[in-house]
Write a protein that binds this ligand. Structure first.
Ligand SMILES: Cc1ncc(C[n+]2csc(CCOP(=O)(O)OP(=O)(O)O)c2C)c(N)n1
Length: 642
């Protein structure tokens, strides 16, 4: 649905239009931009509070700098809605995150203003530094390169790798630290405490005022400004040296903290900082959800709410008339508490996703045994490995796509040492509206080749519980459990635990002509497909593999001995996936069947509803029906009986 922009915003299609306005209009433009985001996201969905928090920063950056010649790199990118609206996409913004619409994140292919594709956090400093060094090598020394990074994203090792390198390159990099004390959940860690301490420190606040006076003078000095930089630096250093500063220690010039909602002053400061060469950091204090009272109050819920009433703030939830199956993530969260109550060796770990993974349930119930380690997937895995060396059983919950960050740690720190770490990979498979950066498409392929790992995937809530129960038993070794975003299929999911035999699948039903081999939740698509196919006279067999590794070889011998057609179905990439594993088994054992593999093809899948994407990739119920129809023989009830 198209939404009407305010009188000033409606005149701005690109930053060049914004620059036509005077500084005194910037506040109203910011207000209209904020309202536009509220109007569209309330009816369309998407990330919310983070973009509201950087409205003034966004306006100031595009006003003060010469984008797209100057490069803005948004970290994570979930806060870049204002940027999209000001850079040619206002009229498309209602298609944000919608199937075939614009992406919810900056994307190089979408706009020349999107300098770097993002979605995963903490890449901005490295990327901006790469751009800055390239500009230097090309002699384009007037170009500005700005990384806009949140205090949450700043907790990742990658951000520090970027800072560490930038500090010795004399390139034109400005890091804007957007400090709102929040990740999705409240930010955690010693860095956060450090940032808070310098924000409230009296000497820093005095310094901030000093520096803004000096900077205000600088812009009036025109082209000779550089001569004065040294002088300013001396004054900065003089004040700063009195108190150590982390960023200064890394050779950055530190400015701030400044009010991230004072748009005029921000624009002026950014302009002034452009005159100072080398690496610099501007510490901006912002409020996540700024301008929408409920979002300011409950920033976690409003990070990415459902649709809502923009007047009352009521989040619109459909009320079903019968009990619904729970989300897999909630089954994980509640089961963690149950298991940990019975087994005191169990601990829980999440890298910055307490709410997203539902580990917050355990964090509340057993605060000493559940850890949010910040946006630090690599650390989360190696920290878990360390815990496991001492006999604990860590359940390390990481979204499948974020686990890509910690691949070496899985191999080097966990698998080689056969440590009893349980990896729960949430959002495995096509994750929906976040798109290509967030789909958990590759975990089966990238885990399957690692020795010592058990890799499993539950078809429903009861299986998830039983796999978790199985994984926490003594000496089981590294154990992966992958499950998708969204709801399961069992409203009555809380059943007693049962240990499962590792590497054993199950036959769901016998059939004729063709066997469906499924892994995980997509097995339910096959159950639905079978019901329809049966009514048409097709009778595929159905097996749930349950384990990708070790594969149930006995089950596969039965399948290849009995069926000439085999259809594998998985919510993961076809190259290297379960279908590939089945083909390997077939070749290794000299079978010769017609194998059709359904799953995610060898291309990046964009955003949309999960159901739209399953259909696009060709492994939803209808695709399974079509595949079976192609190879199976239509039978009457009589011929079945015969
Ligand atoms: C590598 C990685 N891990 C986890 C996430 C999930 N995630 C998205 S936004 C976010 C919080 C970011 O906080 P911050 O950088 O402070 O930005 P804010 O939303 O507060 O503006 C997290 C944890 C991610 N995008 N990438």
């Amino acid at each position: 649905m198209q939404v009407k922009a305010g009188p000033l915003l409606s005149k701005i299609n690109y930053p060049a239009d914004l620059k036509q306005f005077s500084e005194s209009d910037l506040e109203q433009i910011s207000q209209e931009l904020r309202q536009y985001i509220i109007d569209v996201v309330s009816v369309n969905g998407g990330h919310f509070a983070s973009s509201l928090g950087v409205v003034e920063l966004t306006v100031a950056l595009h006003y003060a700098l010469n984008t797209p010649y100057d490069k803005l790199v948004w970290d994570v990118g979930h806060q870049a809605y204002g940027h999209k609206i000001l850079t040619g996409r206002r009229d498309l913004f209602h298609t944000n995150r919608v199937y075939k619409g614009i992406s919810g994140f900056p994307k190089i292919s979408e706009s020349e203003y999107d300098t770097f594709g993002v979605g995963h956090s903490s890449t901005s400093i490295s990327a901006a530094l790469g751009m800055a060094v390239a500009s230097q090598l090309k002699g384009e020394t007037d170009r500005q390169h700005v990384a806009i990074i949140g205090d949450g994203a700043m907790t990742a090792g990658l951000a520090f790798e970027g800072l560490n390198h930038a500090g010795i390159e004399n390139s034109n990099v400005l890091v804007i630290l957007n400090d709102n004390c929040m990740s999705i959940d409240p930010n955690v860690g010693a860095l956060k405490e450090y940032l808070t301490s310098i924000t409230i420190s009296k000497s820093y606040n005095r310094f901030r005022d000093d520096i803004s006076h000096v900077l205000a003078g600088l812009s009036k000095l025109g082209p000779n400004a550089h001569k004065y930089v040294k002088k300013i630096e001396k004054s900065i250093k003089g004040t700063l040296l009195k108190q150590s500063n982390l960023f200064e220690a890394l050779n950055f010039r530190y400015f701030g903290p400044v009010d991230g909602h004072d748009v005029k002053r921000l624009a002026q400061t950014i302009k002034d900082l452009s005159a100072i060469p080398g690496p610099k950091l501007l510490h901006c204090i912002t409020v996540k959800g700024k301008g929408f009272a409920l979002a300011e109050k409950d920033q976690t819920i409003w990070h990415s709410p459902e649709l809502f009433d923009k007047i009352t703030g009521e989040i619109k939830k459909s009320i079903p008339d019968k009990p619904q199956p729970p989300k897999y993530q909630d089954v994980f969260g509640h089961t963690m508490v149950e298991l940990a109550e019975a087994n005191d060796k169990i601990v829980g770990i999440t890298p910055a996703m307490p709410s997203g993974s539902s580990l917050n349930i355990m964090m509340k119930a057993m605060p000493k045994r559940a850890f949010d380690v910040g946006i630090a997937e690599q650390h989360a895995v190696t920290f878990s490995a360390g815990l496991a060396t001492q006999g604990l059983v860590p359940f390390c919950n990481i979204y499948s796509s974020f686990m890509q960050r910690a691949y070496d740690q899985v191999i080097h720190d966990v698998a080689i040492q056969k440590l009893n770490v349980v990896f729960c990979l949430d959002r495995a498979g096509l994750a929906g509206a976040d798109g290509a950066t967030h789909h958990g498409a590759y975990d089966i392929a990238y885990m399957r080749c690692i020795p010592n790992l058990v890799i499993s995937s539950p078809m429903n809530e009861e299986e998830l519980r039983n796999l978790m129960f199985t994984a926490q038993q003594e000496n089981v070794g590294p154990f992966v459990i992958r499950y998708p975003r969204g709801n399961g299929v069992m409203p009555d999911w809380k059943r007693p635990f049962k240990a499962l035999e590792i590497g054993k699948g199950r036959k769901i039903c016998d059939g004729e002509d063709v066997a469906l081999l499924t892994i995980g939740h997509v097995g339910n698509f096959a159950v639905e497909a079978r019901a329809e196919l049966n009514s048409e006279g097709f009778y595929p067999a159905h097996y749930d593999l349950r384990f990708v590794k070790p594969l149930d070889e006995q089950l596969l011998h039965e399948v290849f001995a009995k069926y000439k057609n085999v259809i594998t179905v998985e919510d993961g990439s076809l190259p290297g996936g379960v279908g590939s594993a089945v083909l390997e088994f077939m070749a290794d054992h000299g079978y010769n069947a017609n194998v059709i593999r359904l799953g995610i093809p060898d291309q990046f899948i964009e955003h949309g509803e999960q159901a739209e994407l399953w259909a696009e990739c060709g492994y939803d119920k209808n695709a399974i029906i079509a595949a079976v129809r192609k190879v199976a023989i239509k039978r009457t009830t009589d011929s079945m009986a015969g």
